[in-house]
Design a protein around this ligand. Structure first.
Ligand SMILES: NC(=O)c1ccc[n+]([C@@H]2O[C@H](COP(=O)([O-])OP(=O)(O)OC[C@H]3O[C@@H](n4cnc5c(N)ncnc54)[C@H](O)[C@@H]3O)[C@@H](O)[C@H]2O)c1
Length: 250
């Protein structure tokens, strides 16, 4: 039986929580009873405000996931106020337009790898001492089906997301006996601003190539992240869970 507030008494930090999947995750975690540390470069204030207005518990912090100093500062402030952090959802990420072997630039490659791969590493590293001291913690890293299968025009993105999957498995093994669970969500194509101005034609093509026949919505992903941040997921670690409408099962 599912507890009515599975995250009650837990403090969880969500990156990229200003919009899209991160925003949905922050809001759902608050509905599940968590105190949510809502972080992003933009939009995080509005998310935290919406949570508070709905009767939830949240505070916002500006956090550039590529900055080790910013991670240290935010984690230090949160730990001083809340004592500990129970869970981390590394959701922030970027994609780029011309992401193929011919057209990707060195600068574009570096940026993608820095935000999408180094970002989650810095986040996990920043929380490690607090998790170890507290006797455990939960980490959910958001990768992509692009880290699992070949797809057009996502070269550096796939490299970063595949890296997140490999890195997460390794960290999961390293800390399994210390009660730190590390899992990865690999979303399919989800309706968020990261898709940019995709044409109706492409949208229809993606839906047709998705067994359930539609694109995902942020709540599809947030539900699984919140489950993995909660107490009923203690026996799940080192896993990649595709939430993709069956795309990778074909
Ligand atoms: N939408 C999809 O189809 C899809 C599919 C697979 C994986 N994903 C992954 O899901 C995650 C969330 O994506 P989304 O679809 O919600 O995209 P989005 O663009 O709506 O949201 C991404 C958020 O990350 C934030 N962000 C970007 N760079 C940052 C940085 N350096 N520091 C802090 N925050 C930063 C942005 O400000 C934004 O609020 C990403 O990791 C993305 O790669 C999305």
């Amino acid at each position: 039986m599912r507890a009515p507030a599975p995250l009650a008494g837990r403090t969880v930090l969500v990156t990229g929580a200003g919009r899209g999947i991160g925003e949905a995750t922050a809001k759902l975690a608050a509905e599940a009873g968590a105190f949510v540390i809502v972080t992003d470069l933009d939009g995080h204030r509005a998310t935290a405000e919406a949570i508070s207005n709905a009767g939830g518990k949240a505070e916002e912090h500006t956090l550039d996931v590529t900055s080790a100093a910013a991670w240290a500062e935010v984690v230090d402030r949160v730990v001083r106020t809340h004592g500990r952090i129970h869970g981390l959802a590394n959701v922030a990420g970027i994609a780029s337009d011309t992401d193929n072997l011919a057209d990707q630039t060195e600068q574009g490659w570096d940026r993608l790898i820095t935000v999408d791969l180094k970002g989650p590493w810095l986040g996990m590293r920043a929380l490690l001492a607090n998790f170890l001291e507290a006797g455990g913690g939960k980490i959910v890293n958001v990768a992509s089906v692009a880290g699992q299968i070949g797809m057009p025009d996502v070269m550096a993105y796939s490299a970063a997301k595949g890296g997140v999957i490999a890195m997460s498995r390794q960290v999961a093994m390293q800390y399994a006996k210390r009660n730190i669970q590390v899992n990865v969500i690999a979303p399919g194509v989800i309706e968020t601003p990261i898709l940019g101005d995709i044409t109706e034609e492409l949208r229809a093509l993606v839906a047709a190539n998705t067994p359930v026949g539609r694109l995902g919505v942020p709540a599809d992903i947030a539900t699984m992240i919140v489950h993995l941040l909660g107490p009923t997921s203690d026996f799940i670690t080192g896993q990649v869970i595709s939430v993709d409408g069956g795309m990778t099962a074909q």
